[in-house]
Design a protein around this ligand. Structure first.
Ligand code: ZN
Length: 226
């Protein structure tokens, strides 16, 4: 029989003796009462950008959907397979989650692919090419900007794509209605893998900035406590 990866098994053993043991009651309560997460996070599949790790959240707190380049497609009730839209539907309509965060990140491979017009499909299906078509118009505009460096273009599209996903969220009729009623808030965030900085989108202007709260700064930047 094929062997299950040993590092996953040893990680599971650590989880059972550590976190599960410490939070046994919480897991039991969540099993009996059901989940009541406070935030839906749309994050990238990238192994370096796990929302539960970055936001230091325990079981039951985040409802997470991950896809290539953390995107939300427009509302398309066309009978096709829409994994991300299904997760949004369940999060908003069934779980009544009041916060939705689109969380992008630096050095995103999906965004990089969108900015590379010469990139060959990875397989005949070209699922990534089709999926990244969601930001094609923005990618084309940014790609043609000679004043920016490659990394500036990359960061720009990572952030434009977050705003694009928030616009697409508003094409879901129930998201739009609940947002208008103040029952759902839409947020954007961008995580810099190399520095650990989290940039938050200003809901009014769409600009990204670091939270002013010093305690949110990465450890090496924070000043010693007085
Ligand atoms: Zn990514």
């Amino acid at each position: 029989m094929q062997q299950f990866p040993e590092h996953l098994l040893s990680g599971y053993r650590n989880f059972m003796s550590g976190r599960y043991n410490d939070e046994r009651d919480r897991y039991r309560t969540l099993a009996e009462a059901g989940q009541n997460p406070h935030t839906l996070v749309v994050a990238c599949c990238d192994s370096r950008a796990a929302p539960e790790t970055i936001f230091d959240c325990g079981p039951g707190e985040l409802f997470v959907v991950r896809n290539v380049a953390n995107m939300v497609p427009p509302y398309e009730p066309d009978g096709q397979y829409h994994a991300t839209s299904a997760a949004i539907e369940f999060a908003v309509q069934a779980l009544k989650i009041p916060n939705i965060v689109i969380m992008g990140h630096g050095r995103c491979g999906g965004i990089k692919a969108a900015l590379d017009p010469d990139m060959e499909p990875l397989s005949p299906g070209d699922f990534i090419g089709k999926w990244m078509g969601l930001v094609r118009p923005a990618a084309d505009q940014i790609q043609s900007n000679d004043l920016m460096t490659a990394s500036e273009r990359q960061t720009a599209l990572e952030r434009v794509s977050i705003r694009n996903s928030i616009s697409n969220l508003r094409t879901f009729p129930y998201v739009r209605a609940l947002e208008e009623q103040g029952k759902v808030l839409l947020h954007g965030a961008w995580f810099d893998i190399s520095t650990g900085e989290l940039w938050i989108m200003d809901a009014k202007t769409g600009d990204f900035g670091r939270p002013s709260d010093r305690s949110a700064a990465p450890l090496e930047d924070s000043e010693p406590a007085a």
